[in-house]
Design a protein around this ligand. Structure first.
Ligand SMILES: Nc1nc2c([nH]c(=O)n2[C@H]2C[C@H](O)[C@@H](COP(=O)(O)OP(=O)(O)OP(=O)(O)O)O2)c(=O)[nH]1
Length: 140
């Protein structure tokens, strides 16, 4: 029988402007994770380069043209028994704080470290801790 297992690769940005990190809240209607806060980004399309994929997703989701600085960490987990996600998270810098949301998200926030800890999911916070994201010098 043909396996229906699936692996998807997603890229996410820890986007920094004036010491704060941009997080976005998923639209309440979203069946998966509606109302939860996350970093900006999404799935790579076939044939795309990693950084161009991230730049495209960031432009689509928040209308910002950012600079990709470096890879922070990679992580993987299953979202259901047949679907595994691999996430690559990059540090990005933005000269502008003027985010313009798509329909996917209902709000955005430029968060301090303290606010990130309060708003992001425990899974993301664990990955941030494990990979020293809170120790990045530029963060407030
Ligand atoms: N453990 C962990 N989870 C993360 C990190 N970053 C991140 O976005 N997540 C979570 C938030 C989302 O629930 C999930 C992203 O999963 P996904 O690729 O299925 O994205 P999605 O739900 O937007 O997919 P879709 O609706 O567009 O199909 O991963 C991270 O660094 N660590």
């Amino acid at each position: 029988m043909k396996s229906s297992n699936k692996i998807v690769v997603a890229l996410k940005g820890v986007i920094v402007n004036e010491g704060r990190v941009l997080i976005v809240q998923r639209a309440k209607e979203d069946k998966i994770g509606g109302g939860t806060w996350e970093c900006v980004g999404g799935k790579i399309e076939f044939g795309e380069e990693l950084e161009s994929s991230l730049l495209r997703e960031i432009k689509e989701e928040v209308g910002l043209s950012v600079t990709v600085e470096k890879l922070l960490y990679a992580t993987t987990f299953k979202t259901d028994p047949t679907r595994q996600v691999v996430i690559l998270t990059y540090l990005c810098s933005s000269d502008s704080s003027n985010a313009i949301l798509s329909k996917e998200h209902s709000s955005f926030k430029w968060a301090t470290k303290e606010q990130l800890r309060l708003l992001l999911s425990p899974e993301i916070i664990t990955d941030f801790e494990k990979n020293n994201v809170f120790s990045i010098e530029v963060l407030n």
